[in-house]
Design a protein around this ligand. Structure first.
Ligand SMILES: CC(C)(COP(=O)(O)OP(=O)(O)OC[C@H]1O[C@@H](n2cnc3c(N)ncnc32)[C@H](O)[C@@H]1OP(=O)(O)O)[C@@H](O)C(=O)NCCC(=O)NCCS
Length: 145
């Protein structure tokens, strides 16, 4: 619970990571590590006691990376329909026992919707390259302490 009496955002992020990891691991059939999490937008709060549904699905594969979209839904017990509360894309890398990236099997979109998802993943990847360049000066160096 957060100080506002709703489900804590950090807990939702943990569920997202666990669900997405399971999806990536199933696809890769190897151990995977998270290489990028970004753009988590909490559209609406989730109240304590609500039923949660989390969908994770592959939307793109590179050479060694698996891009997983995650949708988080919730509903209270008097509602029939789930409402989407959060969406994000997490990128995992398939690794060997030494932690080195290894090739993954290609995911091929099967219909128009999946083609749109793949194009979305490619676009996000291009945007991430720019974000990475902006962040680079702040990733280098040691702790000030
Ligand atoms: C993930 C890791 C193995 C990648 O190793 P690396 O030597 O940087 O490997 P590469 O540069 O070859 O990149 C591997 C893949 O990651 C992708 N990648 C790298 N940076 C990325 C970013 N910012 N966004 C999306 N994908 C990214 C690359 O595009 C590549 O994918 P591709 O093979 O499909 O093209 C390494 O960075 C690592 O171990 N990171 C820590 C992982 C971890 O501990 N995660 C838990 C978080 S606490």
């Amino acid at each position: 619970m957060n100080f506002g009496g709703k489900v804590h955002g950090g807990i939702v992020m943990k569920w997202i990571d666990q669900t997405a990891y399971t999806c990536a691991r199933n696809w890769a059939e190897t151990y995977c590590v998270t290489v990028y999490v970004g753009g988590i937008r909490f559209y609406k709060p989730i109240s304590i006691g609500e039923v949660i549904k989390i969908n994770a699905y592959v939307i793109y594969t590179g050479n060694t990376s698996i891009h997983i979209a995650v949708d988080v839904y919730s509903r209270n017990f008097s509602q029939k329909e789930f409402e989407k509360k959060t969406h994000c894309v997490i990128v995992f890398v398939s690794v060997d026992e030494k932690g080195h990236p290894v090739k993954v099997k290609k995911w091929i979109p099967g219909n128009e919707h999946e083609k749109q998802l793949e194009a979305y993943a490619v676009k996000l990847n291009q945007m991430r390259e720019k974000i990475g360049q902006e962040m680079k000066p702040f990733l280098e160096g040691k702790s000030d302490e």
